[in-house]
Design a protein around this ligand. Structure first.
Ligand SMILES: Nc1nc2c(ncn2[C@@H]2O[C@H](COP(=O)(O)OP(=O)(O)OP(=O)(O)O)[C@@H](O)[C@H]2O)c(=O)[nH]1
Ligand SMILES: [Mg+2]
Length: 316
């Protein structure tokens, strides 16, 4: 199997047949072995019955149906689990990504030995204020925080070498950051390719402005987990120690001052230093608790999740 096309979708009944026919035609004319995996994420329209019909007509069509809406990342994850192709291509189900890009993406991964090729909708057919401008800001922030120089994190059209998707866990709404997750697991050969983007023909958009806010929060999570995910105590312990040092310094100052220099002066509990000492010590302790909890959670995970072995490993 050369290619698995993974298509997560929600309520895209009007696009599916055209999308399927187009992909099938591209695959045939390029003589590629393929499968199409549609993941219907709890659609309330006729998407699922259309997928069923397509799969009886074409044996290369598979369908996964979620019992309710679980989100695009979960859909991608389910599709990745099933995918058998050497190269996995994800695309949107709304015909905005062009299947004509598939052969070139496939060649890039195969010939140039790349891990990921990420699509870049350089010329977009979307509203400027509500979509393009926030998207530019978002991508700028994502580049700064992740250190990965991609122009278009949100693009649904991406191609992966099989090992990549079998080695990373997409969860929550992390589908935007699969390349970042991949880099964090040691897949460094990532590039981007300008892809054709088309205006939405049928149906309506599923993501509003909240995607940029959620996307930004996810970015902070990614930053944190990539740096300290495997050693939470180094992060929380550092902050905890800092807080406790501040707290103990103030407490010692108050005690020495009271005992030796100012025994008849103001009550300790009347002085602002007392409250600084108190709060920083409490916060410091909480940081430590957070660190310990993090370490305990980490211990309970299997060792397999902690590293990924490169293909170059010597086995005899
Ligand atoms: N599995 C799954 N797929 C979804 C969900 N929401 C959207 N999608 C799919 O993700 C793709 C992108 O969603 P769109 O709403 O088209 O987002 P967009 O392309 O940025 O927005 P438009 O330009 O307005 O189309 C489409 O194929 C949707 O069907 C969801 O909750 N679960
Ligand atoms: Mg779309």
């Amino acid at each position: 199997m050369d290619i698995s096309v993974v298509i997560p979708l929600l309520d895209e009944q009007d696009s599916l047949v055209e999308l399927h026919d187009w992909i099938a035609q591209v695959m045939q004319s390029n003589q590629l072995n393929y499968e199409i995996i549609f993941i219907d994420d709890g659609s309330r329209d006729n998407s699922w019955s259309i997928i069923k019909k397509l799969s009886t007509k074409n044996p290369s069509v598979l369908g996964i149906r979620f019992a309710q809406n679980f989100g695009k990342s979960q859909a991608l994850h389910a599709g990745f689990e099933k995918a058998k192709g050497e190269v996995i291509i994800t695309m949107d189900g709304d015909l905005q990504d062009s299947p004509d890009e598939i052969p070139e993406l496939f060649q890039l991964i195969k010939k140039k030995k790349l891990d990921i090729v990420s699509g870049w909708k350089k010329k977009r057919y979307d509203a400027f204020i509500t979509k393009n401008l926030p998207s530019k800001l978002f991508n700028w922030a994502a580049r700064r925080i992740s250190g990965l120089k991609l122009h278009d994190f949100n693009c649904g059209l991406k191609a992966y070498k099989k090992e990549v998707i079998k080695n990373i866990e997409v969860y929550g709404e992390m589908h935007r950051y699969i390349p970042v997750l991949a880099v964090n697991s040691g897949f460094k050969n990532i590039t981007e390719k300008v892809v054709i983007h088309q205006a939405r023909k049928h149906g309506k958009t599923k993501f509003g402005m909240e995607r940029f806010i959620n996307g930004f929060l996810d970015l902070i999570t990614i930053w944190f987990t990539s740096r300290f995910g495997k050693r939470p105590m180094h992060f929380f312990g550092f902050l905890g120690v800092l807080m406790l040092i501040i707290g103990f310094t103030f407490a010692a100052y108050l005690g020495i001052d009271k005992l030796y220099f100012n025994p008849t002066g103001r009550l300790i509990s009347d002085r602002p230093e007392f409250f600084i000492a108190l709060t920083t010590m409490i916060i410091g302790t909480q940081f430590f608790v957070a660190g310990f909890l993090g370490e305990i959670i980490l211990q309970s995970r299997s060792n397999k999740e902690r590293y990924h072995i490169s293909e170059d490993t010597i086995t005899k």
